[in-house]
Design a protein around this ligand. Structure first.
Ligand code: ATP
Ligand code: MG
Length: 387
């Protein structure tokens, strides 16, 4: 029989609030296991899961996406006879053996004080046995390529080796709620994931310019929201049609300010939706100097139209660093599908790169901003995505 062992990390440090963090984490784990029969045990910042009739590799892959989880092991369970422990350790070793020249070590823990050997002796015995089967391996206690863990408990012993890394971070939902501005691009899903990793619960908002942007472009954003549910369990996505606002800006404002003024509208609409839905922050995938509207001056002008804190976790990353995360979280392939975004509608040829706030405010003063925002909010649609 095999079980899953989950290790969690940073929340151990949370001292006073530890219980709150642990409970959230456990709830999030149980949510992933909702279709399984399982037994659950927690000890020393480890969670032990015995799951009936399940593909443990598949379950472990799902669990490895839960924020707060540092690593996962699939452990073999055996009885407390030294010979069975050795045989099980051999199986776990051979699962990982690519050549006969690896270095390894055995680390043991004796939870059962009645067991006749000390933990050091267990490691020595098991290590010696493994060497008889694979005499070309080397023991390296400092920096081994393979580590075999043996944990002797009251009733049974767990043996494990391969670690499946988790994302780390804090349990989802322990840091409040934020509204993610979700475009179809590479950046915004990554920005949402990074904030969710710090425990922020996500709600999302997408602007489209239908019929200038297609149904398919919207579906791509639905797909991205669906991918994010693997980490966030469920996501409420709001969509707002921006076309009327864009048309008015195009008609009444200087061409070079089109993008920056559109972005100010996006932020105002976002703030209203955030406040209505108990979100305490706005999250964007903005990134310093990536495009004309994301210079310091551009960000200042965009930011100044809202009071809520705007979280921009990608601000200092290079594009390649963002892409690496997008690939890891599985949003990249969807993000690069070539569908138009609302920002590409009416794109100015020479956008301002150093907008001045007074000038932008003056330029947009010919618009009835509250009425346009209200009209846009009236066409809001909301869809819920579930894991
Ligand atoms: P890309 O990877 O192409 O840069 P992006 O999503 O970052 O995609 P930008 O034009 O850089 O696109 O926009 C900066 C940020 O503004 C986005 O990360 C996103 O948070 C927000 N944003 C842009 N367009 C939209 C949109 N149509 N709906 C919602 N938010 C948007
Ligand atoms: Mg971007």
């Amino acid at each position: 029989m095999n079980i899953i062992i989950i290790r969690y990390g940073e929340i151990i440090l949370k001292g006073f609030n530890r219980k709150f963090f642990e409970e959230k984490l456990i709830n999030n784990i149980k949510q992933v296991l909702k279709d399984h029969q399982y037994r659950f045990r927690r000890a020393d910042s480890l969670i032990y899961l015995e799951i009936d009739n399940a593909d443990l590799e598949a379950v472990a892959r799902k669990l490895s996406k839960i924020f707060g989880v540092v690593s996962i092991n699939i452990a073999a369970v055996t009885n407390n006879e030294l010979e069975s422990i050795c045989q099980t350790a051999l199986i776990k070793l051979e699962e990982q053996l690519l050549t006969e020249n690896h270095s390894f070590k055995v680390v043991s823990k004796r939870g059962n004080k009645k067991f006749p050997l000390s933990s050091l002796e267990i490691s020595r015995e098991v290590g010696a046995f493994l060497l008889t089967k694979h005499p070309n391996l080397r023991v390296d206690v400092h920096n081994p390529e393979i580590t075999i863990f043996v944990e002797v408990r009251e009733e049974q012993t767990y043996v494990y080796s391969k670690k499946i890394p988790g994302p780390g971070g804090l349990p989802y939902g322990t840091s409040g709620r934020g509204l993610l501005l979700l475009s179809g691009g590479i950046d915004s899903p990554v920005a949402g994931w990074l904030m969710a990793k710090r425990g922020l619960e996500l709600e999302a908002l997408h602007f489209h310019s239908y019929p200038f942007t297609s149904e398919r472009a919207k579906e791509k954003v639905f797909d991205l929201a669906q991918i994010l549910t693997q980490y966030c369990n469920q996501i409420k996505l709001h969509t707002v049609n921006l076309l009327k606002i864009q048309t008015e800006i195009k008609k009444n404002c200087p061409e070079e300010m089109f993008t920056i003024i559109s972005r100010r509208f996006m932020m105002q609409i976002a703030q209203q939706i955030a406040l209505k839905n108990n979100c305490e922050a706005i999250i964007t995938g903005e990134n310093l100097a990536q495009v004309a509207s994301q210079t310091i001056q551009g960000l200042t002008v965009t930011n100044s139209v809202v009071d809520l804190i705007v979280l921009r976790p990608l601000i200092g990353l290079d594009k390649q660093e963002i892409i690496t995360i997008a690939e890891k979280i599985n949003t990249y392939k969807t993000s690069i599908l070539p569908y138009e975004d609302c920002c590409t509608v009416f794109l100015p040829k020479h956008p301002v790169t150093k907008p001045r706030l007074e000038k932008v405010i003056k330029a947009e003063s010919s618009l009835d901003i509250p009425a346009l925002v209200e009209e846009a909010l009236a066409n809001l649609e909301t869809i819920e995505f579930k894991q």
